[in-house]
Write a protein that binds this ligand. Structure first.
Ligand SMILES: *Cc1c(COP(=O)(O)O)cnc(C)c1O
Length: 384
């Protein structure tokens, strides 16, 4: 059968190719929030960091119309949006998003990881959903403007960060089915604590055999809310069975692993080879995935991007040929998988403990994020 979706490997502008944040931020001029959070409110938030609960004082935004292109770029008080009930996004789901983090380094400066990659991915997602592209420099400028305005919301505690959520949606009030003629782009931010509250702990994964999140020619390679909507019921059912996350299989044969609802997946063989599903058009190309592949290649490790057959993997886990399985994404960076189960099987991975390669990669990536280790690929971009 043919493969209709093109496989892309995103690059985007490197930190060295991008203008500095002080040069870019003024593209989204700031109107300061007249009623910012008080020092006491801020202390209360920082004292109990949770994912996506508290939002900062500001948001960056811009509008797109066919006549004006992108315009009205600004940074203003965080607040509710006014939207027509006929706004296309509410009916047809024309929406894309991104997720990045701003990390506070020991010297007080604030950095983010490969924003050019996320900018390029945002545009790739936009193309699939027939949405206008945002120049990569504008994408990075919006992050620079927001983090400069909300610098005090970037936590400094070990393992914490400011989560950045850029998104775009069809705001045009029109019920006809076609790509909208009006779009809103926004960036909001939320301070987050370390993902693993009880340390680096393996999770239990349910492999869905009766649901798929995407199919060939669908939106699997785009970061869009619709793919998440498709994953919520399987996620809920897995949770009820006592599992933390779902791993989806390819929709054509139902035989090989694709990814979790919002994380890519890796397998480490006992001989040290590392494998991850190839970008087939039905997998979202993660920035964490790309960085892990690069770090492993830098070390001369054997790395393979190929189909990972579920039946084969279960056999290799039982025989000890596969030593580690982990998932990765910006939110948790790396999540060790300690148990893989589905209809008719239930296998413990590496005695349910994080493996050596999983732990090394986690340390390497987080050390780069927090400026504790050299950054040979120019991944970190200074925001403040
Ligand atoms: C965002 C996302 C990932 C992880 O991408 P990162 O760039 O590493 O954060 C993986 N899978 C899906 C479906 C995603 O939406």
């Amino acid at each position: 059968m043919s493969t209709p979706s093109p496989v892309t490997t995103l690059t985007g502008l490197t930190a060295a190719e991008l203008p500095g944040a002080p040069e870019l931020a003024p593209r989204f001029p700031l109107t300061p929030n007249p009623a910012p959070a008080s020092a006491a409110d801020l202390d209360a938030v920082m004292g109990h960091l949770a994912f996506g609960v508290a939002h900062t004082d500001h948001m960056a935004r811009a509008r797109w119309t066919p006549e004006g292109g992108w315009h009205d770029r600004r940074t203003e008080a965080y607040g509710t949006l006014t939207l027509s009930p006929a706004a296309a996004v509410l009916h047809y789901g024309q929406e894309i998003f991104e997720g990045l983090k701003a990390y506070r380094h020991a010297d007080g400066s604030v950095w983010t990881f490969r924003p050019g990659f996320n900018a390029a991915r945002f545009n790739a997602s936009g193309r699939r959903l027939a949405m206008p592209e945002l120049p990569e420099e504008d994408f990075v400028a919006s992050l620079a403007a927001l983090v400069a305005a909300d610098d005090r919301w970037v936590p400094g505690v070990e393992g914490s960060s400011l989560y950045l959520r850029p998104f775009m949606f069809a705001s045009e009030a029109f019920l006809g089915v076609r790509s909208a003629h009006e779009f809103e782009y926004l960036v909001i931010a939320s301070p987050v604590g370390p993902y693993f509250v009880n340390g680096f702990e393996p999770v239990a994964i349910w492999v869905a055999q009766d649901y798929h999140r995407v199919g060939p020619g669908g939106m699997g390679a785009a970061k869009t809310g619709g793919n998440y909507a498709a994953s919520l019921l399987p996620q809920h059912e897995a949770y009820d069975k006592g599992f933390e996350q779902v791993c989806f299989l390819d929709a054509v044969t139902g035989t090989h692993l694709e990814e979790l609802g919002g994380m890519n997946v890796f397998v480490v063989d006992a001989d040290g080879t590392v494998r991850t599903p190839a970008l087939s058009g039905t997998i979202l190309e993660g920035g964490t995935r790309a960085a892990i592949l690069q770090l492993l290649r830098d070390q001369g490790r054997a790395v393979r991007e190929e189909d990972i057959d579920l039946a084969g993997l279960l056999e290799q886990l039982r025989s000890g040929k596969v030593a580690e399985v982990f998932a990765c994404g910006t939110a948790a960076v790396i999540t060790p998988i300690g148990r893989l189960a589905g209809e008719g099987f239930d296998v413990t991975v590496a005695d349910g403990r994080p493996g050596a390669t999983t732990t090394e990669l986690y340390t390497a990536l987080t050390d780069i994020h927090y400026g504790r280790r050299e950054d040979p690929h120019d991944w970190m971009y200074r925001l403040v």
